[in-house]
Design a protein around this ligand. Sequence first.
Ligand code: UFG
Length: 336
Amino acid sequence: MVAADSQTILVTGGAGYIGSHVCKAVAEAGYLPVTYDNLCAGHSWAVRWGPLEGGDLIDAARLDEVMRKYKPAAVIHLAGLIVVSESVRDPAQYYLNNVSGSIGLLDAMRRNGIEQIVFSSSAAVYGEPEMTPMPEAHPQQPVNPYGTSKQMIERVLQDYARAYNLHSVSLRYFNAAGADAGGEIGEAHPVETHLIPLVLEAAAGKRHSVAIYGEDYPTRDGTCIRDYIHVSDLARAHVLALHYLDNSVGAHAFNLGNGTGTTVREVIEVARRITGAVIPVRLEPPRPGDPAILLADSSRARQLLGWQTPHSTLEQMVSSAWAWQQRAHAGQQVMV
Ligand code: UFG
């Protein structure tokens, strides 16, 4: 329940996978999350903790209308396109939505006197790791337009903090996984490209097999290492970032990862154990642009935001994703 006098937070992309978990965390912290989403990848059924306002980031008049209606104290900005391979094939879409769209949102905030934003950024701003784990000061050389679009907005945010007193926290997500324990929301992308849901779809018999993209990487079993982080832990960081902005000015960035590296084969093994299914695999060539290892140093978020990751063991992430997948399979949610 949200108190009648609670502060309103505008959540762009609040109907998406991470966005819906953020809305739940924001509501649990006593705010009212208002979702602004064009539903190109999100779902109206995932908007459960506050109103849904349809609209595009590039629609300035609609943004003004929604901001005037709710007078949000801050914005959490997650709306954006997220498929790395698509960003390589069709960069124009990514620069239009993720860059022009975000700048449009920031300018609407300026017009409406909103001075705080939490921005959904990505480990993709770093590109190929030069050191492992990666701290925030790691050089940024994104290797695809998706990562570049996130880096560009972080840069814009630095300039907007100096020039316009628009203060920000950019959260650089590593690999979001799992689903909320309540079973109402979970991962349901229009086109699934992420490892854990694909593995679980194979476990459920919705796919014949799961691809392993490369097994000659310089890792302990030859497959890529990633830093998986439970989406509910990720969501909680957005609330902590709002609190942080109440006491700090400027543009800040934090890595959000668990600091534990897991190989593709290890993910599949844990999924086999949890689901009891065989999960056939097929070997495919490495996916272009996939670094061997992506591992976060998130000590800054732990120290300055007080962030903790109580849900982020691999077992918790895979079993919560599996519970969600089975509900979806049982027709309780429509998965597309
Ligand atoms: N993988 C497979 N088979 C699959 C899918 C993925 O072997 O069918 C492997 C990938 O090669 C990678 C790992 O599983 O090594 C994880 O892949 P995901 O697609 O789940 O996630 P990524 O690490 O590619 O992407 C994540 C975020 C992106 C972000 C990127 C940063 O989802 O938004 O990290 O580099 F851009």
